[in-house]
Design a protein around this ligand. Structure first.
Ligand code: SF4
Length: 51
């Protein structure tokens, strides 16, 4: 899947989901601490840590 398509698909999936993203409550969601591509719409993340 091309990068653009992948991004679009992620966006659609995030819109269809309940609007709950792990990043919203993750302690790594500030500055450049997290460089994962899923951010800020991660719904699954092995690095997730609650703030
Ligand atoms: S570690 Fe995962 S959940 Fe936390 S901000 Fe980064 S992508 Fe989001």
């Amino acid at each position: 899947m091309s990068g653009t398509l992948k991004k679009l698909w992620q966006r659609i999936r995030s819109l269809l989901s309940s609007g709950e993203f792990l990043c919203d409550t993750c302690k790594y969601d500030w500055g450049n601490v997290c460089r994962r591509r899923e951010r800020p719409n991660a719904t699954q993340c092995p690095d997730y840590k609650r703030r």
